[in-house]
Design a protein. Structure first.
Lengths: 396, 289, 234
């Protein structure tokens, strides 16, 4: 055998081995009595607004499941790592979960600014990743084999749905956009603009603001000059509240609709009386809703976390974290006793409207890893509470 | 008409920067330390009000008063517990200590009070007045009047009162102050208390307008800019610097583009440092404050 | 009135003062002579409370004051006019003087002291609204002494009043020191300029390397050949 044939054989052999690898059943993190789940998310820093809730909600779901006897005879164990709202720490934390902690699957991360830079690390790990809340379309479009999102509608779909709502349902022509200067605001505003164009319109004004801005007078004056019938605010709760207040204080009476980030339980009071009638995107049922599944969740949450209850929680991020964990539990149930990462992901891909009870139904398939497909609109009532408007808008 | 609106909103926005700058300048003049945790001290005072109100059901006004007192004690604790003992260490150590104080407060608040923003009641019910097409809010009127009043009171205190003079003297020459009988330690403690009371008052004005969250203190970055624009040593300069910054930002945002408003503001700051390093009101440095 | 006994002091690990013992009797002018770096200023600063002594005693009017900080010692009636003068340069003459009276409360008495200072230093009266930074060296020295007097001290500690001042003005200042002494204020003056110091003082000490090496009545010191050679340039 000369060198050339030797190399050929070796190459063929290793190729065969490589293609055979996916068939190798990966049951890391699974023992006969336990399943180890990792959580990576922002528990400190500016993105903690989502991460801390994602963790609290997920832990509650796992604890409830353990009390009910676990799943297929196994109890949940979990390890959580704080990414401190920073992408490098997120990558390090994720690697630690996968390599040192040897977890079966990971829930998280919790914010676009951390998650998007982690994309290639998540993809190359092959570990199932379930994203509870952040909304960057980069994570699911194009689809990554092992990355799924159960929570918030992504910003591209959300932007399109908002445009559809304003133009087709409310029959408005003059739409203005006020967006945060980062990727989050850019993606949402871009999607709205694209959809408006498809509908034969264009935004009458697009203004940007920084997440840390404290005064938005110049932006709002520009908007006022464009005389919009509706203003979409695509940004985080604090600057969006300032924007909403200033829009009203400077005499603009148009519709105002906030992106899903403003779906925060304190938002109506943050904005105050001028916020009455302002709308926002809801990612599921509102945590304060009296519907049975949500009321049960709320009672259980407040019992489990009295400290958080005092802060007015559960919040939307608690709900999405809970929803993500419920999706994981359901997929494990469907994967059966001999669960592997492969059949777990295959089980997730069979979800056709699975409902956790508190989040929007999950639709997943081998060609679709974006679980959510509907948007609901909520409104701030005269009592400064929130109320979901009837009907859901399909998002594409 | 829009130009009037820019002034009507740019001035109060800038006054808030100025309020932060006042505290920073006060501490810097009195103790030579640049306090990078000052913004967080403001945030903390606002949270104290929320805690008292929401958890202990204390009436709003009482909660505000208690917050001012606690803030003063907290300032004293910072001095006695941290910066006093570090007095003789290199300046950089003291500055890092202030950064640590700020970070500790911010993340502590996030851990104990949650990362979500909290609603904060306005001191005066917010109304909007339409003055010939220019919209003016009560919140802004309150911010402007209280800021001016505070700056004026501080100015008079330092110009006219014996104790004010003693503080100025201790700032200018600590040894000179000791040998005429002024306790420099007492003066430093007094400055921390004064600046912390100011932080609590600023908190009451800002929190309803800026939205209270653990990150509200980040406004201190603008406060530093305002302080530098004003010359970093002058109390009235801090307010003037703040107002100027507010007006530049709003006008640049309106006439150039909102994306460049920070760039223009920081550009003005850099130009100021290069061409007028003594700041707007620092030219004739007769009084250090 | 002032008794310093076995005083040791220094900076960090470096000892500067070595077993210094001296005294200033009531009503006298006493001088401490010595070359640059002999430790004279350290001695004065330690007495005034700007530095803590390592060991030894300082007694002022029969009260221990070596553990007190500077701002408390002023209240005992002991006023330091420091070598660097330590004026509040951005303030006016009047503001500096009024701060000198910071420890006192009786407005009437303060006004009397102010008039007295203006009487001794008429130049300060002429310029009372002028900012200290703009004064000449001699005038700043006068202001520093005047500020020291405003505390109504019974003992004035003067650190090198002649330093960096034109010779004619030095004469003027020492005249004024004599005048102050006649008003009942004891004076302890540290000087390099031994000639003029020994003219106004009644008693003197000589310090070398942090130790008192010679002491005696002023006229005895003046005729001491060693001192003539080393400090009087004869």
């Amino acid at each position: 055998m000369n060198l050339r044939t030797f190399l050929k054989t070796a190459l063929a052999g290793s190729l065969a081995l490589a293609t055979a690898l996916p068939a190798y059943a990966d049951s890391t993190g699974i023992t006969p009595t336990s399943i180890k789940i990792g959580f990576i998310g922002s528990l400190t820093g500016p993105a903690a607004i989502w991460g801390s809730g994602n963790l609290a909600g997920a832990v509650l779901a796992f604890e409830q499941q353990n009390e009910a006897g676990g799943i297929n005879g196994r109890k949940f164990e979990w390890v959580s790592i704080d990414d401190e709202s920073s992408a490098p720490k997120g990558i390090a934390g994720f690697n630690k979960l996968v390599q040192t902690e040897q977890v079966f699957a990971v829930i998280g991360p919790s914010a676009s600014a951390v998650g998007v830079p982690m994309k290639s690390v998540l993809a190359s790990s092959g570990v199932p990743v379930i994203i509870p809340s952040f909304s960057s379309p980069d994570m699911t479009e194009p689809l990554i084999k092992n990355v799924f999102r159960t929570g918030t509608l992504n910003d591209r779909m959300q932007g399109r749905a908002i445009a559809d709502y304003l133009v087709q349902i409310l029959k408005l022509d003059r739409v203005a956009i006020m967006r945060q200067s980062d990727q989050y605001g850019a993606t949402g505003a871009g999607a709205i603009t694209d959809r408006l164009k498809e509908l034969g319109k264009a935004p009458v004004a697009v203004e940007t603001f920084n997440a840390s801005d404290t005064d938005l007078t110049s932006q709002v004056l520009h908007l006022r000059g464009a005389d919009p019938q509706a203003i979409v605010i695509y940004g985080y709760p604090a600057p969006s509240a300032i924007a909403t207040r200033q829009i009203r204080e400077l005499g603009i009476k148009s519709e105002i609709i906030g992106s899903s980030a403003t779906s925060n339980q304190n938002y109506p009071e943050m904005v105050g009386k001028v916020g009455i009638g302002v709308k926002f995107v809801a990612v599921g049922d509102l945590p304060e809703s009296d519907d049975k599944p949500m009321a049960d969740f709320r009672a259980a949450f407040q019992k489990r976390y009295p400290d958080l209850a005092r802060q007015g929680r559960p919040a939307t991020s608690d709900v999405t974290g809970y929803g993500a964990a419920k999706n994981v539990i359901e997929a494990l149930r469907r994967a059966g006793k001999d669960v592997t990462r492969e059949n777990f992901m295959a089980a997730l891909e069979t979800f056709d409207g699975y409902s956790s009870g508190v989040t929007m139904p999950t639709y997943l398939s081998p060609t679709r890893h974006e679980g959510n497909s509907q948007m609901r609109i909520a409104i701030i009532t005269p009592e400064l509470t929130r109320e979901i408007l009837p009907g859901a808008i399909d998002a594409k | 008409m829009d130009i009037l609106q820019i002034v009507a909103n740019g001035v109060p926005a800038g006054m808030m920067y100025g309020l932060v700058a006042l505290g920073i300048v006060l501490i810097h003049n009195g103790t030579n330390v640049v306090h990078f945790g000052y913004g967080e001290q403001i945030t903390l005072s606002a949270y104290i009000v929320v805690v008292l109100q929401v958890i202990f059901h204390v009436p709003f006004w009482l909660a505000c008063l208690v917050s001012i007192v606690l803030s003063a004690l907290f300032g004293l604790a910072i001095y006695l517990g941290i910066l006093g003992p570090l007095r003789r260490t290199p300046l950089i150590v003291q500055i890092i200590a202030t950064l640590a104080i700020g970070l500790g407060i911010r993340e502590g608040l996030r851990a104990f009070m949650g990362p979500d923003p909290w609603p904060f009641p306005a001191i005066v019910a917010n109304k909007v007045y339409d003055v010939h097409g220019v919209f003016i809010t009560t919140a802004n009127i309150v911010v402007v009047t209280v800021s001016i009043a505070i700056a004026a009171l501080l100015f008079l205190f330092f110009r006219l009162s014996r104790y004010g003079h003693a503080i100025l003297a201790a700032c200018e020459s600590p040894r000179g102050a000791s040998i005429v009988g002024i306790s420099v330690k007492q003066v430093s403690a007094a400055i921390w208390v004064l600046a912390s009371v100011l932080a609590a008052v600023a908190a009451l004005l800002m929190a309803p307008v800026l939205t209270l969250s653990p990150d509200m203190g980040l406004i201190a970055i603008k406060g530093f800019c305002a302080a530098i624009l004003g010359g970093f040593v002058s109390l009235p300069g801090a307010i003037v610097g703040g107002v100027l910054l507010g007006l530049i930002e709003t006008a640049a945002g309106y006439y150039i583009s909102t994306a460049t408003k920070d760039m223009v503001a920081y550009g003005a700051l850099i130009a100021m440092v290069i061409f007028m390093p003594q700041g707007l009101l620092g030219k004739r440095q007769i009084k250090k404050v | 009135m002032l008794e310093v006994e076995h005083l040791n002091a220094g900076y960090g690990l470096v000892q500067v003062l070595n077993d210094v013992t001296l005294s200033v009797p009531e009503g006298a002018i006493v001088t401490l002579l010595g070359a640059n770096g002999a430790g004279k200023t350290t001695a004065l600063n330690t007495i005034a409370g700007l530095m803590r002594p390592w060991s030894g005693q300082v007694t002022f009017r029969n009260r221990r004051c070596d553990a007190l900080p500077a701002h408390r010692i002023v209240r005992q009636g002991l006023s330091l006019v420091a070598e660097q003068r330590e004026l509040f340069l951005s303030m006016t003459i009047l503001e500096n003087l009024m701060l000198g009276a910071y420890t006192r409360n009786d407005q009437k008495e303060i006004r009397e002291s102010l008039e007295l200072v203006f009487e001794i230093f008429p130049r300060l009266a002429e310029r009372k609204a002028q900012v200290a930074r703009t004064l000449s060296g001699g005038e700043q020295q006068m202001l520093a002494i005047g500020r020291g007097l405003m505390a109504k001290p019974s003992l004035l500690l003067l650190d090198e009043p002649s330093l960096g001042i034109a010779p004619l003005v030095v004469l003027e200042i020492f005249d004024q020191i004599r005048k102050i002494n006649r008003l009942g204020v004891s004076v302890f003056v540290v000087e390099q300029n031994a000639k003029i110091a020994l003219e106004v003082a009644s008693y003197g000490y000589v310090m070398e390397n942090g130790r008192i090496t010679v002491e005696g009545a002023a006229d005895v010191l003046r005729s001491n050949p060693k001192i003539q050679e080393a400090y009087l340039g004869i």
